[in-house]
Design a protein around this ligand. Structure first.
Ligand code: FAD
Length: 341
C-alpha cells in the first residue's frame, strides 16, 4: 500500500504555510483518499507550531523540523530538513509544491534517498496506481506518467489545486519534531531585496493577465512613437485593475536592440514558448500579433481577449475568444477613464 508524505514550507513571515504548500496538501489528501493510502504532512519552518494549525486536521500525522536554520530558503538546510522528514515518514509517494524553495532542493533529496522525481505536475489521478499529468514541449503535449520506482517525488505546479482550507486547530507538534543533522552552513541569508509593491508587475494571483506587445513602441498612424504615453496607459491600467503584466518576446527584446523600451518590463514578464505559462481566469493582449510561440504561453488562460490594429493577426485566426480591431491607445485610455470613474 502507498504511503504519502506532503512536504510543505512556511512563507517569509514564518507564521503561515505558503499558498502553494496548501495546494499540495489538497492534492495529497485527495490522492490518499483515492488510493486508501496513509497521509503524513511534513513542515519545514523555524517553528512548526506557528504554522501547523492550518493543516492540523488534514491528516493523522504531522512531522516538523525546528530551528532558526529553517526560517529561510537555503539549499543545505532545506535539503537536510526534507531528507530527514522523508526518512522519518518512510513514504512511497512524496508530494511537494514546485516553489522556488523546494524546486531547487528536491531532486537532491530524491537522490539522497534513492528515489525518483517528476516536476511540473499539474494533476494527480488514478485509484489503483498514481497517474501524474505534466506538459512537454512548452505546453503543447500533455502526458500522463506512471512509475513503479519508489519513493516517487512529485512537484506540483502552482494554481493547479485549491489551497487546503480545513478546520484550523491548536497544533502541538512538539512530539513529532524530527532531529536534523545539519551540514556546515556556508550560506548566510542576510535578507531580501524586493521591488516596491507598486513596481511589482508580476502578480500570479491576479484574475487578469494584461499582455503588452511590441506595437506599443512602434510608429503609430501619426508617424511618431508614443512610448511614454504607452507606459502611462499600461501602468494606470495595472494600478486600477490589479492585473498581472505579461509581455511578448519582441517587446522585452527591444532593450537589448537599442530601441525604445518600457522601463518596467523585463524578460520575467515574457509569456510564451521561451517565457512563462501563467494561470489566470482572463487575459487581455494589446498591441501583440498573437503568434504561435507567444500564444502557447496562454495555454492556461481561461478567457482570451485581444486588441490589435491588424484584422489578420493570429488572435483573429481562432486564438482569442474576442478580438477588438482597434487602436489600443484609444481603447486603454477609455478603459482607464471608466475604471477611474
Ligand atoms: C524559438 C522561438 C521562441 C519564441 N518564444 C517566444 C515567446 O516565448 N514569447 C513571445 O512573445 N514570442 C516568442 N517568439 C517570437 C514570436 O514568434 C513573435 O515574434 C513575437 O511574439 C511577436 O511579438 P509582438 O506580437 O509583440 O510583435 P509584432 O509581431 O511586431 O506585432 C505587433 C502588433 O501590434 C499591433 N499594433 C501596433 N500598434 C497598435 C495599436 N496602436 N493598437 C493595437 N495594435 C497595434 C500590430 O498590428 C501588430 O499586430 C519566439 C520565436 C521563436 C522563433
Amino acid at each position: 500500500m502507498e504511503s504519502i508524505l506532503v512536504l510543505t514550507h512556511a512563507d517569509e513571515s514564518g507564521s503561515a504555510l505558503t499558498r502553494q504548500s496548501l495546494e499540495a496538501v489538497t492534492a495529497g489528501k485527495e490522492l490518499a483518499a483515492r488510493l486508501g493510502a496513509s497521509l503524513t504532512i511534513g513542515i519545514v519552518a523555524a517553528d512548526g507550531n506557528r504554522v501547523a494549525s492550518a493543516v492540523k486536521h488534514a491528516g493523522p500525522r504531522l512531522l516538523a523540523v525546528k530551528g532558526d536554520a529553517f526560517a529561510q530558503a537555503r539549499f543545505a538546510s532545506d535539503a537536510a530538513a526534507c531528507e530527514a522528514l522523508c526518512r522519518a515518514a518512510q513514504a512511497t509517494i512524496v508530494v511537494a509544491p514546485q516553489s522556488s524553495r523546494f524546486a531547487r532542493v528536491m531532486a537532491a533529496v530524491a537522490l539522497r534517498i534513492s528515489g525518483v522525481i517528476d516536476t511540473h505536475i499539474t494533476a494527480l489521478a488514478g485509484a489503483e496506481t498514481v497517474e501524474a499529468t505534466r506538459w512537454f514541449y512548452r505546453q503543447r503535449i500533455e502526458a500522463v506518467v506512471t512509475r513503479t520506482a519508489r519513493p516517487w517525488f512529485l512537484l506540483l505546479d502552482s494554481g493547479t489545486h485549491e489551497p487546503y482550507a480545513g478546520e484550523a486547530g491548536d497544533a502541538q507538534v512538539d512530539e513529532v519534531y524530527i532531529a536534523v543533522e545539519l551540514p556546515a552552513l556556508r550560506t548566510e541569508v542576510t535578507g531580501f531585496r524586493a521591488p516596491k509593491q507598486d513596481e511589482q508587475t508580476i502578480r500570479p494571483d491576479a484574475k487578469l493577465l494584461f499582455v503588452a506587445g511590441a506595437g506599443w513602441t512602434k510608429k503609430q498612424p501619426d508617424g511618431a512613437v508614443h512610448v511614454e504615453e504607452a507606459g502611462r496607459l499600461i501602468l494606470d491600467f495595472l494600478r486600477a485593475s490589479g492585473a498581472s503584466l505579461g509581455s511578448s518576446k519582441s517587446l522585452v527584446d527591444q532593450g537589448g536592440e537599442g530601441q525604445s523600451v518600457l522601463p518596467f518590463l523585463t524578460h520575467m514578464n515574457q509569456v510564451g514558448q521561451t517565457g512563462s505559462t501563467p494561470r489566470h481566469a482572463k487575459g487581455l493582449s494589446t498591441c501583440c500579433h498573437g503568434e504561435e510561440p507567444h500564444v502557447v504561453g496562454w495555454r492556461f488562460i481561461g478567457e482570451r481577449r485581444a486588441i490589435s490594429l491588424d484584422a489578420n493577426c493570429g488572435w483573429t485566426r481562432g486564438k482569442a475568444d474576442v478580438v477588438y480591431i482597434a487602436d489600443a491607445f484609444q481603447v486603454m485610455a477609455k478603459v482607464n477613464e471608466l475604471l477611474k470613474s
